[in-house]
Design a protein around this ligand. Structure first.
Ligand SMILES: Nc1nc2c(c(=O)[nH]1)N[C@H]1C(S)=C(S)[C@@H](COP(=O)(O)O)O[C@H]1N2
Ligand SMILES: [Mo]
Length: 208
């Protein structure tokens, strides 16, 4: 092929370390920054009025206030996040409440198989219960309140967001306010606009 002068001027993409490359799902590009994405505005949360509701197919629905939620056990997590808009951000350090600790607060009815995550402002995301109960090595879901040692910023979900590390980030509802247990899958907000019901970045489950 002839020497392409213009091509020779383009910055060459640095070859990625194979260990890093193996962590980038198909169709994704690395970002160092953390883009902010949501439908609509950033809610003004008020911790004094904040509540977290667990309802649907549970024996006894419960509502926790902020103090009660924060009294649950905390853990740190390290993971990579993948947005359906093609960016991947590696090595996120989080502090959060394990999903399984929240699940312990209720007794599920035997027909509960799916969860609708409810968040401000009128945001929902659907998940299979199974997805939230993956083994530790597969990446556990959690309710994050810190990133990089700092409280979440308002745009990234302060005071609390869900993090579902194995799925595209749209499932990781910011400003999360509750869980509704269901007997079948139902589309959440983005899913009702054509996003995939599951959303595995490794399978490129972007649109349904
Ligand atoms: N409450 C709420 N959570 C949300 C959304 C939203 O519109 N509302 N958007 C989702 C989408 S589409 C993405 S890509 C991620 C973006 O998270 P980030 O802004 O922290 O990068 O948040 C998800 N969580
Ligand atoms: Mo998104």
């Amino acid at each position: 092929m002839a020497f392409d002068f213009f091509d020779s001027l383009r910055p060459k993409r640095k070859a990625l370390d194979p260990d890093i490359a193996a962590r980038i799902p198909p169709g994704q590009t690395l970002t160092e920054k953390w883009p902010v994405l949501q439908y609509g505005g950033v809610p003004r949360e008020d911790l004094a009025k904040w509540s977290f509701r667990i309802f649907g197919l549970v024996e006894e629905p419960i509502t926790l206030n902020w103090q009660q939620f924060m009294a649950l056990p905390h853990r740190s997590y390290h993971n990579d996040i993948h947005c359906v808009t093609h960016w991947t951000k590696l090595n996120n350090d989080w502090e959060g409440v394990p999903f399984e600790e929240v699940l312990k607060l209720v007794k599920l009815k035997p027909n509960a198989t799916h969860v609708m995550v409810h968040a401000d402002i009128n945001f929902t995301a659907n998940l299979a219960l199974e997805e939230l109960q993956r083994p530790e090595e597969d990446g556990r879901s959690f309710f994050a309140f810190k990133h990089s040692g700092e409280e979440l910023t308002m745009e990234h979900g302060w005071p609390l967001r869900l993090v579902v590390p194995k799925l595209y980030l749209w499932k990781s509802a910011k400003w999360v306010r509750g869980l509704e247990f269901m007997e079948r899958d139902r589309p959440g907000f983005w899913e009702s606009y054509g996003y995939h019901m599951h959303g595995d970045p490794w399978l490129e489950e972007r649109y349904g």
